[in-house]
Design a protein around this ligand. Structure first.
Ligand code: FAD
Length: 421
């Protein structure tokens, strides 16, 4: 059977339950949906703007029947081609924006099409926030954030989607729906798919019984690691349903469609201050980051909640006027009261006396001032990309190091980049 015939049959089948105006097969719209924020392009055969879970379940059954690959898409801001397809592209943005906040606001249940920034707006009146914080949070949607395990300037690995996910509702390739947060759904799934559960348990036991492997996994995931599927759940959770829910995080839509997710929310400190610290030497900047990371308050909380290093190329791309060849560390501290914030700033300033900064350390708690710093950080990728030669493209990849290796590793990475142009 030819590929085209398969798609014609698939289209005929789905047309019985999806209205024509949400199925795109014309060249223009297929071309338009053929790219994400990365530099790859694949032209989908069919684009479907999905509307609800039952429909996704039916269309996955159809795609499965015709052996056709499916890719999901939320906002399409992925940088490595995660949200593009040369087969069937299922878009779940618009129509997937429902949410409920738990009575004490410590949890929020979200459909996948809500933009991250919108989640923060919903939670703001409760003094809470959505902890996964990619720089693209003003565009990226919950489905994409969870499925890429996207993280940014503040959440690190202590509050990424894997850490704050409570339960997930999903649709598998054969159309089966599972809600890991619902006892009846778990019971039905166990009856329907006993072998699936057994396999998850046996993988869990296999990983755990190999102590060296378990230790290696723990170490690897103590820093950002979104390469391949998420192995951490096998050593973090006993319950197979918790393992399944957390396996979805970072799976880039390869394991199931995420139709709803319940996540813990994070306390949003009302008092914040940031400083742009400038250093002549990148190693000195990294050493300062290592020292600041160790600072704790009287009740054991970390003083510095975020530190973002901007190298000289990044600073040049945003025309930073401070000086040539400098490294900046955008540093943030937060507190529950103004007094605590002042105390935190004092602790950081004291620690920085041991380091050579290019300009005096200056923290600001003026929102307009520090928001401008963070806007610079969020805009670095497009700014750096904008400095490339015409006709070239921009490749981006996260490189993560354990904090103790940061000074040496950063310097060596810079040498590597300089060596290879
Ligand atoms: C300027 C810029 C800055 C960025 N900064 C960061 C950053 O700081 N940190 C970071 O980690 N990333 C960053 N990114 C990358 C990207 O924005 C994030 O990974 C983001 O979370 C992707 O969300 P999205 O809604 O665009 O998802 P998409 O790109 O649409 O999809 C992401 C993945 O999720 C899958 N998916 C989407 N919805 C579903 C669903 N309902 N069910 C199953 N699978 C689904 C897709 O198939 C795809 O594999 C940045 C991108 C840009 C352009």
């Amino acid at each position: 059977m030819s590929v085209t015939k398969k798609y014609i049959d698939f289209l005929r089948d789905i047309s019985t339950f999806i209205p024509q105006e949400r199925i795109y097969t014309d060249e223009l719209r297929r071309l338009a949906w053929g790219t994400d924020a990365g530099f790859y392009r694949l032209i989908p055969q069919v684009v479907i703007r999905s509307d609800n879970e039952k429909e996704v379940s039916e269309l996955l059954k159809c795609a499965n029947k015709h052996l056709l690959p499916v890719t999901f898409r939320a906002a399409g801001t992925s940088l490595s081609g995660q949200a593009i397809s040369d087969s069937i592209l299922v878009v779940a943005g618009k129509h997937w924006e429902k949410y409920t906040v738990s009575p004490d606001a410590t949890q929020i249940t979200l459909q996948p099409g809500i933009i991250g920034q919108r989640v923060n707006e919903i939670l703001k009146p409760y003094g809470r926030k959505f902890s996964p914080d990619p720089a693209s949070v003003k565009s990226a949607m919950v489905g994409g954030i969870v499925m890429n395990n996207a993280s940014g300037m503040n959440c690190g690995t202590h509050a990424n989607s894997d850490k704050v996910l409570h339960s997930a509702r999903m649709v598998f390739a054969d159309g089966t729906i599972l809600n890991t947060g619902d006892a009846e759904s778990r019971r039905n799934f166990t009856l329907q798919k006993p072998e699936f559960i057994r396999q998850i348990e046996s993988m869990r036991d296999l990983v755990r019984n190999d102590h060296q492997l378990a230790e290696r996994i723990r170490y690897k995931y103590s820093i950002k690691n979104v390469t391949g599927l998420n192995l951490l759940p096998f050593i973090t959770f006993d319950d197979p349903f918790d393992i399944i829910a957390h396996l979805l995080v970072g799976s880039e839509g390869t394991l199931a469609f995420l139709s709803e997710v319940t996540m813990q929310t994070e306390y949003d400190y009302p008092f914040k201050a940031s400083a742009m610290l400038y250093f002549d030497d990148i190693k000195e900047a990294c050493r300062a980051v290592v020292a600041m990371k160790k600072l704790t308050t009287e009740n054991g909380e970390t003083v510095v909640k975020g530190a973002e290093l901007l190298d000289c190329k990044s600073l040049a791309s945003v025309n930073d006027p401070t000086g040539y060849g400098l490294t900046a560390v955008l540093t943030e501290t937060k507190a529950s009261t103004a007094k605590e914030l002042a105390g935190n700033i004092q602790v950081v300033e004291e620690a920085l006396k041991n380091f050579k900064t290019h300009t005096p350390v200056h923290f600001t708690d003026e929102e307009s001032e520090y928001a401008a710093y963070w806007a610079i950080r969020a805009g670095i990728f497009p700014s750096v990309g904008g400095t490339r030669k015409p006709g070239t493209t921009c490749l981006i990849e996260d490189v993560a190091f354990h904090i103790e290796d940061l000074p040496e590793a950063t310097a060596e990475l810079q040498q590597l980049l300089a060596h290879h142009g």
